[in-house]
Design a protein around this ligand. Structure first.
Ligand code: HEC
Length: 481
């Protein structure tokens, strides 16, 4: 035999044809030590697969034709073991598993980006009719002149309240914003992602007038340092002021984390029995989400007056935080009960590629930061496992990340085909999403519109319209005339 067999020759041909392709696992080993997943992909893979996965000497990864399986595990295996006889080196020895996991997420992002570029999204403007899959609609500005509105609540057919992140609570009467915010609202920490968060009326508001607020409470710790953590209060509106205030929840000072920063959660929801649920993000302290002695990275449950229900999952254990309902959450900012089944759903900000929708159940662990579908925002790897015994799987996760914020089920009559479907507001992707959940599974999703601004919340009004909170206004979605 004079010539090497073709399958031995092919990698060298590929290298020659690829000119700069780093097909050598030794060079790969150097490349993984530095740089982001994007840089690594461009260096190690793009020459054969194309800069945007469009294909070159290797097949495109944009079509849905996968010769070796298209699920995450198959992609990871293709990368790990390669196809030496077809010209693709095995990367497993050079690239650690969690970097391979990051590569899979990156491939998913590039695929979604390519699909998105081919899709036209509606950018609704006032008085313009827009079409969605199930309903034609109009989006019109309802209340303008706001700055970063965070939450909206309807108190009666003519009265609503809106919070602004910077600490203001305003009354809206017959669609008109009050000239000045309500007085008496406590001072809030507004550094970073901190601020005034949710406002929710008691389920019996018409009778008792209680209004609940969540905010980051500025305090001082024993060393005199400025610290903050989510606090929940309730009060009543009278003559332009919030009066009769009571603290419903306040974390312990030893658990307070320095003021400002990230991941506060801050959403409140009542269930049918009148229990109050609320979220606290992990405050950028991933491991705290797994520590049931701490309040951050959790969904909590209380009676409406702040008492701790005796059937909460960790009651009776002196070393735990007994208000906890579920744990292992990163930054849950959407919290909603299904109008028919009464099940609790949370939408939470994950790391890059790891935003989640969860079905939240008593005492369960949702896995952050031990398992996640995401990677670090700078494109470096995080973990290589997405599942583990004793940890719950999300119902769905979003790649690329959309930064889900408020979420609510639509229960009105104006859009019959949207009834009981979940709507999710997204910050980074500036999308309003419709999520159809059947039998505890996500069966369909639609982007209703995109790119008219970051959306912090979505909620149905007593008039059956859907209201969305944009960066400086509230828009109202009604059927097309
Ligand atoms: C020297 C060229 C070359 C390089 C470099 C290369 N590949 Fe490949 N790759 C191929 C070829 C050829 C195939 C097709 C194998 C087949 O037909 O089954 C392939 C297949 C794949 C598949 C499976 C596709 C399918 O349809 O099942 C994945 C995933 C993949 N490559 C990812 C990567 C990643 C990630 C990198 C960089 C770390 C990379 N490849 C680098 C040539 C290359």
């Amino acid at each position: 035999m004079l010539l090497p067999r073709p399958h031995l020759l092919r990698p060298f041909l590929a290298l020659a044809a690829g000119a700069f392709a780093l097909t050598s696992p030794r060079l790969a080993a150097q490349a993984v030590r530095t740089g982001t997943v994007a840089e690594r992909f461009q260096l190690l893979c793009a020459n054969c697969h194309g800069k945007n996965l469009e294909g070159a000497m290797a097949p495109s990864m944009l079509d849905d034709v996968w010769t070796n399986g298209g699920d995450d595990e198959s992609l990871a295996k293709s990368i790990r073991t390669g196809f030496p006889d077809k010209g693709m080196p095995a990367w497993g020895a050079a690239i650690p598993d969690k970097e391979i996991r990051a590569m899979v997420i990156y491939i998913r992002e590039l695929r979604a980006k390519a699909a998105r570029e081919k899709t036209q999204f509606v950018k609704p403007a006032d008085s313009m009719t827009a079409q969605s899959e199930l309903h034609a609609y109009q989006l019109n500005t309802w209340v303008g002149g706001l700055k970063e509105p965070w939450s909206l609540a309807f108190l009666s057919p003519t009265q609503a309240v809106v919070t602004e992140k910077r600490g203001y609570l305003y009354l809206i009467e017959n669609g008109k914003l009050a000239d000045r915010p309500l007085s008496g609202v406590p001072a809030v920490d507004t550094g970073g992602q901190a601020g005034l968060f949710d406002v929710v009326p008691h389920p019996d508001y018409a009778k008792n007038g209680w209004l609940y607020l969540a905010f980051s409470d500025p305090q001082q710790n024993a060393d005199g340092a400025k610290v903050s953590l989510t606090r929940i209060i309730r009060g009543k509106i009278k003559d332009g002021a919030l009066i009769d205030q009571q603290t419903i929840y306040q974390g312990k000072l030893e658990h307070y984390i320095k003021a400002g920063g990230v991941h506060f959660g801050g959403r409140i929801a009542f269930d049918r029995q009148g229990y109050l649920f609320f979220t606290i993000g992990e405050r950028g302290q991933g491991p705290h989400a797994q520590d049931i002695a701490r309040p951050n990275g959790k969904v909590h449950r209380l009676h409406d007056d702040g008492r701790i229900p005796t059937d909460n999952p960790f009651v009776g254990d002196a070393k735990t935080d007994t208000t906890i309902w579920s744990y292992g959450h990163r930054n849950p900012q959407g919290l909603a009960f299904h109008p028919i089944t009464g099940e609790l759903f949370d939408a939470e900000h994950g790391p890059r590629g790891g935003d989640e929708l969860n079905l939240v159940k008593k005492g369960l662990n949702y896995g952050w930061p031990v398992i996640t579908y995401g990677m670090n925002y700078d494109g470096t790897a995080m973990v290589d496992i997405t599942a583990k015994a004793g940890m719950e799987q999300p119902l769905t996760y979003w790649v690329p990340s959309i930064a889900p914020c408020g979420a609510n089920f639509y229960t009105g009559d104006l859009f019959p085909k949207w009834k009981n479907q979940l709507f999710v507001a997204s910050l980074a992707a500036e999308e309003l999403r419709r999520v159809e959940i059947v039998g505890g599974k996500v069966v369909a999703q639609e982007i209703i519109f995109k790119s008219i601004g970051r959306i912090r919340h979505v909620i149905g009004g007593p008039d059956g319209a859907l209201y969305v909170l944009l960066p400086n206004r509230i828009a109202r979605i009604t059927p097309a005339p």
